[in-house]
Design a protein. Structure first.
Length: 126
């Protein structure tokens, strides 16, 4: 027996808010994740923990309410937040672009295609 439509939407939004709270508690803000080194093992581990915890909460609430709207809204929030954090973890702080695999670990300031505004030689006053 599914919930009434107005209750279904309310419980679905509450479930999505619960998922957001789990991610907010388990992970640093997105801005901090973007400036960390790509493929950070601690961030990846915390993201997986948040995803599994949120998925368990969504599944439990969905089974109790027997309402597909709750599952869809909560599950969609888990997918969106997981993608958002995983993408932010792939961004190189040097290029400000997502890198894949070990490429982000081998990129250095000398090889980055970014002009930092420095010149090779600075004339000394003499």
């Amino acid at each position: 027996m599914a919930l009434r439509p107005e209750m279904s939407l309310t419980v679905g939004l509450a479930t999505a808010t619960l998922v957001y709270g789990v991610y907010s508690s388990a992970l640093p803000p997105i801005a901090d994740v973007r400036v960390a080194d790509p493929n950070n093992e601690d961030i990846e581990s915390a993201e997986r923990l948040a995803a599994w915890t949120s998925a368990a909460a969504v599944a439990g609430i969905s089974l109790i309410t027997k309402d597909p709207t709750v599952f869809i809204m909560g599950g969609l929030m888990v997918v969106v937040l997981s993608w958002w954090h995983r993408h932010a973890d792939q961004v190189s702080p040097l290029t400000h672009k997502a890198v894949g695999g070990a490429e982000g670990l081998t990129l250095t300031q000398e090889t980055a295609p970014v002009d930092f505004g420095y010149e090779d030689s600075i004339p000394l006053a003499g």
